[in-house]
Write a protein that binds this ligand. Structure first.
Ligand SMILES: NC(=O)c1ccc[n+]([C@@H]2O[C@H](COP(=O)([O-])OP(=O)(O)OC[C@H]3O[C@@H](n4cnc5c(N)ncnc54)[C@H](O)[C@@H]3O)[C@@H](O)[C@H]2O)c1
Ligand SMILES: N/C(=C\C=C\C=O)C(=O)O
Length: 477
């Protein structure tokens, strides 16, 4: 299915076409339509009229039926979704078929379960000396926000789009979604599944295009938008927030990170090395949860670095950066690291495969050591397959190093001393702390970051809270 907008139940390719490039070999995969302002406006108007129509009067049970139907529709086209995600992102097929697409299906099913089973509170109130019974009943009901703008990034395209679409629909909203210009294909397939699921026209709308001064900005600055759910870079979040301020539009932000790993001397080192290889190099480091700073207790520092380097050198089936521009950005940090005084333990350049991949955007998985905490390479998000490893001596120093960042999204702690794990994890300034594991996900838990890593939480009731407004009703008895 070629990338197309989906507005008011109709697929269109209105707008200037820009090329879709394969990150694997640099070849041209096709073209993507850039939604002009009037297409974005039509999508917002379609969403507004849809919520004023039958969709606005659906019950949560009816909406959950649609969510399950969408999940079944993705599952029925599983391979097509995997093919499209691999083509757009270049990620290994194994990753798309075990994480991205199964999680998209799981997102819809999880929110069908969560929304249907969600209780609301009631409070029997007594007011002594009050006329009549002196009693009242206070109860909470929830209303949808209205028209929700969803802006998603290129690294986990379908997973992260559906992570917002599912709860937004479960809560009764209508949607205008704009996926990344780098990865339009699975979003277009999703629109096809939603169309076949029979969602009323205008409930889900999809527009393609770039961000700043383009479709993304037209959408997030549109006065007809009632809320914005965004995942992407912190700087982009700040830009969106400036526009949202004009209309006091509520925002949910999942932003950047510079995630630390803390490896204590009492850790199972094999487990810590394997876990840090996964957390640093899965999807070539292009996951917001990936580790870019590793702190290892001094007695095992050398042993850990040697083992991590050996495992990293053995990596073969890794994917490319999403674009030539992002590849160049990551390589510029490799150069900067050396200029700032880093030792390159392994990697640091571009692999030579001797096949079509040499036309793609690959960089070597890289381990750096020897930098001060003040180095830009240690402080700035790179979003590639690179981590810096530094020693620490005691628990307090480990926590201080972990927290010395403008970001606070995720962290891993490796230790076999569970008292230490329960002491350290809550002290780390992050939204998610994994102990002796990484990216182990329970969709009911809060997901999100502190500081420059985000505003609000997604997941479970946290998403349902963001995508709905509680109304307290007080009835005099
Ligand atoms: N916290 C999380 O859950 C999470 C998940 C994935 C990615 N990220 C972050 O996203 C970044 C990588 O993704 P990216 O390069 O797609 O991010 P990005 O911010 O460049 O783009 C994300 C989306 O925002 C749109 N956009 C860009 N500028 C905009 C503007 N001014 N107004 C409206 N929309 C705009 C883009 O078109 C894209 O759809 C990294 O910083 C990564 O840490 C965070
Ligand atoms: N939001 C989630 C993952 C985000 C990954 C960031 O790149 C999730 O697992 O629910």
């Amino acid at each position: 299915m070629k990338p197309a907008h989906y507005v008011n139940g109709v697929f269109t390719t209105t707008g200037a076409a820009f090329p879709l490039i394969s990150p694997i070999d640099g070849s041209r995969l096709g073209v993507v339509p850039e939604a002009p302002r009037d297409v974005v406006d039509a999508a917002v108007r379609a969403a507004r009229s849809a919520i004023a129509g039958p969709w606005g009067r659906t019950s949560v049970e009816e909406r959950c039926v649609f969510l399950r139907r969408i999940a079944d529709g993705i599952e029925a086209r599983f391979d097509a979704f995997v093919d499209a995600e691999v083509a757009d992102t270049g990620k290994p097929r194994e990753l798309a078929s075990t994480v991205d697409i199964p999680r998209a299906i799981g997102n819809f099913r999880a929110y069908a379960d969560l929304a249907y089973g969600r209780p609301e509170r009631a409070y029997p109130t007594t007011v002594p000396g009050w006329s009549g019974s002196g009693q009242a009943l206070n109860y909470t009901v929830r209303r949808p926000l209205g028209v929700v703008a969803i802006i998603s990034p290129w690294n986990l395209p379908l997973l992260l789009l559906t992570w917002k679409v599912a709860p937004a629909l479960a809560a009764g909203n209508t949607i205008v979604a704009k996926p990344s210009e780098e990865t339009p294909s699975t979003a277009t397939l999703l629109a096809g599944v939603i169309d076949e699921a029979g969602l009323p026209a205008g409930v889900f709308n999809l527009v393609h295009g770039h961000g700043a001064d383009a479709a993304g900005e037209h959408l997030t600055s549109h006065p007809g938008v009632d809320a914005i759910a965004f995942t992407g870079a912190s700087a982009t979040g700040a830009a969106i927030m400036r526009h949202a301020a004009d209309h006091v539009t509520p925002v949910s932000f999942e932003l950047g990170g510079k995630n630390p790993a803390l490896v204590f001397a009492d850790a199972d080192l094999t487990e810590a090395v394997e876990g840090t290889v996964r957390s640093s190099f899965t999807h070539s480091g292009q996951i917001c949860l990936c580790t870019e700073r590793v702190y290892v207790q001094r007695p095992v520092f050398e042993e850990f670095v040697a083992a991590l380097a050996e495992r990293t050198r053995a990596l073969t089936d890794y994917g490319p950066m999403i674009s030539a521009e992002h590849r160049d950005k990551v390589l510029s940090y490799y150069r900067l690291g050396v200029e700032e005084g880093a030792t390159v333990v392994t990697g640091g350049g571009v692999p030579v495969f001797g096949d079509e991949r040499d036309g793609g955007f690959f960089v070597e998985p890289t381990i750096l050591t020897g930098l001060p905490e003040s180095a830009r390479t240690v402080r700035e998000e790179i979003f590639g397959p690179v981590c810096h490893v530094a020693p620490f001596d005691d628990e307090d120093e480990a926590v201080r190093l972990a927290n010395d960042s403008r970001y606070g999204l995720a962290a891993t702690v490796w230790t076999t001393d569970l008292s230490r794990a329960h002491r350290v994890a809550p002290r780390v300034e992050a939204g998610i702390v994994w102990v002796n594991c990484w990216n182990l996900r329970d969709l009911r838990t809060p997901f999100g970051g502190v500081k420059a890593s985000g505003i609000g939480r997604e997941g479970g009731e946290y998403s349902l809270d963001f995508f709905s407004e509680p109304v307290n009703v007080c009835v005099k008895i």
